[in-house]
Structure formats: C-alpha cells, structure tokens
Design a protein around this ligand. Structure first.
Ligand SMILES: NC(=O)c1ccc[n+]([C@@H]2O[C@H](COP(=O)([O-])OP(=O)(O)OC[C@H]3O[C@@H](n4cnc5c(N)ncnc54)[C@H](OP(=O)(O)O)[C@@H]3O)[C@@H](O)[C@H]2O)c1
Length: 323
C-alpha cells in the first residue's frame, strides 16, 4: 500500500534551506510541495532545482497553502519566533531552525502556540537525531564509561564577514553564541542536564556581537568546558569523559560519522555513516510525530528547547550581549 506523503514547505531559501531540501529528497514518505522566498526568481529556481511544484514570492502565501502540512523555517534567528507562530496560527506543523529564538520569552510563545493550535513544533536540532550521537547517548546512559565527569566540546570556524551576511549582523542575532555556541551547550545538556552554574566570557566585535565565547558548566560531579568561535578553528572533536573511560565523537562531532570508546587501554571505533548530509533524520522524526498526532518530539521536546534557550539567555546576560 502506498503511504500518504507528508507535504513540506520551506521558507527562506538560503544556505541551510538548500542542504535540507537535498536531504528531504532522500525520503520516500515526504515531498517538497511549496517553497517561498522574498524574491520570486529565487523561489522559482529553488523549486526547479528540488522538483517542487509551487514557488511563492511571499512567506504569507505559503502559510495559506492548504496543500502544505509542515513548514521548515530557514530564515535568520531574529525571525524564527514570529514566522513559527504565524505558521502555527495558519494550521501548519513547524520545524524551525536553531536557535529556537533570541529570547526565552519568544521560545515560550512558540511552544505555547504549538499547544494552542495543536500543531507539531520542533526546533531543528538535527544533531539530536544523528545516529552516532544517539548511540553515544545510549552508551553513556548504560554506564559504558562510568559516571560522566567531564565534557569538552567546541564549534569554531573562521567566518566571512560578508556584506549582508547574517553571521556578523547584530540585527539578525549574529555572533558565535547563538549561531554555534548552542551546539556544545546542547551536548552538555543531553549528557548531563541543566548545570548548577555557568561561567562564561566573550570577546566582542566592534559591532557588539560575540566573536568567541567560552563557557564552563558546573554540575555537582562534572564540568563541561565549551567554546564557540567565528574567528578561529578547532579540531571539532567532542570528548565525554567518565570514571571508567572516555568517548570521542569524530570531527565534526555535531554530525559525527562515528566515535571511539577508550577504555581499559583499548580503543574501539564505531562507524555510523550519515544518510545524506544528516538533515534527513530530523525530517524523519517530524514525519513520524505528525503521523502519530504528536505536537512535540520525545527526543527533542518543547521543554528541551526551552531549557537550552534559558541556558543561552543566562550566558547572553552574563557576558553582556544585547540584540
Ligand atoms: N542546522 C544547521 O546545520 C544550520 C546551518 C546553517 C544555518 N542554520 C540556521 O538556519 C538559519 C538560516 O541560516 P542560513 O545560513 O541558511 O542563512 P542564509 O543563507 O542567510 O539564508 C537565510 C534566508 O532567510 C531569508 N531571510 C528572511 N529575512 C531575511 C533577512 N532580514 N535577512 C537575510 N535573509 C532573510 C532569505 O531567504 P529569501 O531571500 O529566500 O526570503 C535568506 O536566504 C539560521 O537561523 C541558522 O542558525 C542551521
């Protein structure tokens, strides 16, 4: 029997929208039904590239398209809250890019809108669904490396300060913490939960966005040493250390294709090649939740996004970052 496909729409046809659309094409139970850009030529070109029938030159037109089940919001951070809420109000399920929002209050408004309109909503934290990361989490929970007492994770690259680019743009919510700092924070959160205390320091650009932010997360019996930068590089391996050994996620750890367990003076490597680039897994989760009438994922729930958003907001206030 042929399964009814979940019909996807995408708004904001930039870098990540292209990568996501390519991975969506790999799924048998999904189709890209409509896309929307502020620029009609861009919308047409994108639709053609990814075999999509409808191309709109306004986001509102896509919100009103009755054929679309779920909208993937791939616009800059500062627009996530309003666009997600609008999509939910229009009866659409939503997958919204990370970071969920620029404030905890906005993140809460988004998850409340999901409940109010009874529509699925998830922050697109794709790393949560990467098979290596899932497997490492199971191993840690099963006690493979004993009690976790140390995490080291970073996300750092040399960004281009291009005209109109969102990464260095204060209005769009640019800077290291909100763009990539959320990843190491996410790893510490899924492994150890909410810390008792966070100590953070940033170095700022002349326009006041953070170029680099370093964080120490203090737990009762563990510490996480985390770093994010848009002006330098790092090896992008992540280490999870415990009382019986350690696990290293292969670089780049947030989309790792495998990991190694170091224990009793031996290294055992595990390989998990990703399907596509790795964005397909979050789309599969959305499709499954929608088919099961769930308004949130059990793996990356509303509360998970809210917890992370609160941690990020605390760091933002501590380092003196303002948008
Ligand atoms: N999960 C991941 O791995 C990953 C990777 C990269 C980025 N992201 C997230 O995805 C979001 C988009 O990032 P991106 O790298 O794809 O950005 P991008 O290349 O700049 O694309 C963003 C798109 O948003 C639309 N847009 C709407 N209002 C805009 C405005 N005021 N200024 C600029 N663009 C605007 C534009 O599409 P139209 O012109 O078509 O309307 C633009 O092409 C960010 O929140 C980022 O954190 C996630």
């Amino acid at each position: 029997m042929e399964i009814q496909k979940i019909k996807w729409g995408i708004i904001g046809l930039g870098n990540i929208a292209n990568q996501f659309a390519a991975d969506l094409q790999l799924l048998k139970d999904a189709e890209l039904t409509a896309v929307a850009s502020r620029d009609s030529d861009k919308a047409k070109e994108f639709a053609q590239k990814y075999n999509c029938t409808k191309a709109y030159n306004s986001y509102d037109a896509l919100f009103e398209d009755e054929n679309v089940d779920i909208i993937y919001i791939a616009t800059p951070h500062n627009s996530h809250a309003e666009l997600s809420i609008k999509a939910l109000e229009n009866g659409k399920h939503v997958l919204c890019e990370k970071p969920i929002a620029l404030s905890y209050t906005d993140a809460l408004r988004m998850t409340e809108a999901s409940k109010k309109y009874n529509k699925f909503f998830m922050e697109a934290f794709w790393t949560r669904f990467i098979p290596s990361v899932q497997d490492v989490l199971s191993k840690v929970i099963d006690g493979e490396i004993g009690d976790v007492n140390y995490i080291k994770a970073d996300f750092a690259f040399i960004g281009n300060e291009t005209e109109g680019g969102r990464l260095f743009d204060k209005k769009s919510g640019g800077g290291a913490l909100f763009d990539i700092g959320v990843y190491p924070l996410f790893l510490s959160y899924i492994m150890l939960g909410i810390p008792k205390e966070i100590i953070a320091k940033s170095i700022f650009h002349k326009n006041d966005i953070d170029l680099q932010t370093s964080m120490i997360l203090q737990y009762d019996n563990a510490q996480a040493i985390l770093h994010a930068s848009i002006v330098s590089e790092s090896d992008m391996k992540a280490v999870i250390g415990g009382s019986k050994g350690r696990i290293e996620l292969n670089a780049p750890w947030f989309m790792a294709n495998g990991y190694s367990v170091f224990k009793e003076e031996k290294e055992i490597a595990f390989g998990f090649p990703n399907f596509g680039k790795g964005y397909s897994y979050e789309a599969i989760e959305c499709n499954n939740c929608i088919r099961n009438n769930q308004i949130e994922s059990k793996l990356w729930s509303h509360q998970n996004s809210l917890d992370l958003s609160r941690m990020v907001e605390g760091i933002k206030n501590q380092v003196g970052l303002e948008f």
